[in-house]
Design a protein around this ligand. Structure first.
Ligand SMILES: *Cc1c(COP(=O)(O)O)cnc(C)c1O
Length: 488
């Protein structure tokens, strides 16, 4: 089937459409191999079956109006109740089901902004986040006109520096943020100190448990030394926890929770200033599919605590094995002491990005992370259930990849000098105009193609100032998201 250039004049037979779908997906990340440490949180065949059946059954129902579909209201209240019990919240804790961590965070920031406006008459609102906080806080700030003040981390533990947060508080500060855990290094911030500080200053404290919130209570039960991070900590006023990550539900599922309903009301949006139906939205979306909600309810009901304990136990053991295995590879080290199934590792001896390319050749997907704010460039693994049986194979290929990179030796001085010179020009006034040519040279083409080896690209990115990196990324996606007529 050719690339679409318009709505096809004639419809295709169903079978041909489904065949086309399968054909089009053939270059997607092969996550079913269990070798992808990213993107898909794979709960296995049965979980997928349950999720798909529930998703399909409620795909067409509309979450726009909770009185029209009491089923969806029930699912949401049940999920919020499960989430708050999981995060030590009492009956006064309330929340909302959202489409994902980003929406949960945008809503928490909106709530903080509107709370500060209402209760303190604030006009310019600021929030304080450690450099390890998820990019979604910056997105929220950009969307909502809230200034996001970043503070440093301890370069050894990778945890938030609470003294720096304290020093950054001013009369515009509405909220402090801590992560449990952060994404990059899987490390839990000193939540008790951050929340205590917020409480003392009479401001809000959000704990980003998008990725760790579901897992950490289980690891605690297994005896892991996880500091308190949830509603049991005085001063915590809101939390986000994704279900579409470690609760293994289909994408489009997260919750945002608040210490009480007075606070949550700042999140809601009602509008009577138009001629149509009476509108009140709890979240950003208005018309929304019941699919993700019903599927989340179904998966959590199907697995139950017992089912999750089994899965989390496997993750816990795999995380410990992989962490110890990485620490045992000469030349590599783990950044901080991850409490979560997320590990950032790097090297002071060999370039780190080529290891990701070597691993890719061996069928593994791991993520490069650029240097920022006291976090050196590194590689990241998100260990998810289908990786668990492959921990030993992963480590043995990682050892081989490190050896391969070591054998190749350090990049020669000329290449480094050239990259630096290019980075300098890109950062200068003619930089923006150079970007299209640069993307051509990098092999980043239309129709979603990126080169197989990314080490040089990542190394160059790593040299660029942040605003230039961001401009470059925008150019990349502009290019990817452009329909082109392909002549075959
Ligand atoms: C994934 C993640 C988010 C954002 O969640 P999305 O579901 O991708 O929007 C926020 N915070 C942390 C710590 C995360 O890992």
């Amino acid at each position: 089937m050719s690339n679409a250039t318009a709505i096809p004049a004639h419809g295709l037979p169903k079978e041909q459409v489904f065949a086309a779908l399968e054909d089009i997906r053939k270059n997607d990340v092969p996550w079913r191999t269990g070798r992808a440490f990213a993107y898909v949180y794979d709960g296995g065949k049965e979980v997928e079956e349950v999720a798909k059946r529930a998703f399909n059954a409620f795909m067409t129902e509309n979450g726009l109006d909770p009185t029209a579909f009491p089923s969806l209201l029930r699912f949401e209240n049940d999920l919020v109740a499960m989430a708050r019990a999981h995060l030590s919240g009492g009956p006064e804790v309330v929340g909302s089901f959202t489409s994902g961590g980003t929406e949960s965070i945008i809503l928490a920031v909106k709530t903080a902004r509107d709370w500060a406006r209402k209760t303190r008459g604030a006009t310019d609102v600021e929030i304080i986040v450690p450099v390890t906080a998820h990019a979604a806080f910056h997105k929220a700030g950009a969307y909502l006109g809230v200034k996001v003040v970043t503070t440093p981390i301890d370069p050894v533990t990778m945890r938030a520096d609470v003294a720096a947060m304290k020093a950054a508080i001013n009369e515009r500060t509405a909220m402090l943020v801590g992560s449990a855990s952060g994404y990059a290094h899987g490390v839990v911030d000193p939540i008790a100190e951050i929340a205590g500080l917020a409480k003392e200053r009479g401001i809000l404290c959000h704990v980003d448990g998008c990725i760790g919130g579901f897992v950490l209570p289980y690891f605690k039960r297994f005896g892991a030394d996880v500091p308190a991070f949830d509603f049991s900590v005085p001063g915590v006023t809101s939390m986000s926890m994704d279900l579409h990550k470690y609760a293994l539900t289909p994408k489009g599922a997260s919750v945002v929770l608040y210490a009480n309903d007075d606070l949550r009301r700042h999140q809601f949006f009602a509008c009577a200033s138009w001629t149509g139906y009476t509108m009140v939205n709890t979240t950003i979306q208005s018309t929304k599919s019941g699919g993700p909600l019903a599927a989340a309810w179904a998966v959590m009901s199907f697995l139950g605590d017992e089912g999750y304990v089994k899965i989390m136990r496997g993750l816990y053991d795999a995380k410990n094995a992989i962490e110890a295995g990485i620490r045992a590879i000469p030349g590599l080290y783990v950044m901080g002491k991850p409490e979560m199934t997320l590990i950032g590792f790097t090297s002071d001896e060999i370039p780190i990005f080529p290891i990701a390319d070597e691993m890719k050749k061996r069928g593994w997907l791991i993520q490069p992370q650029l240097a920022y704010g006291g976090s050196k460039e590194n590689l990241h693994v998100t260990i998810q259930p289908s990786n668990v049986p492959h921990a030993e194979a992963f480590l043995s290929d990682l050892r081989a990849s490190v050896e391969a990179v070591r054998k190749k030796g350090a990049p020669d001085g000329d290449a480094i000098a050239m990259a630096r010179a290019l980075a300098e020009r890109l950062s200068g006034p003619e930089g923006e105009a150079m970007l299209p040519g640069l993307l051509d040279a990098m092999g980043i083409g239309s129709s979603g193609t990126v080169p197989a080896e990314m080490a040089d690209t990542n190394a160059l990115m790593n040299l660029l100032p942040r605003p230039v990196q961001e401009r470059l990324l925008v150019h990349v996606v502009s290019r990817l998201f452009t329909p082109r007529e392909v002549t075959k």
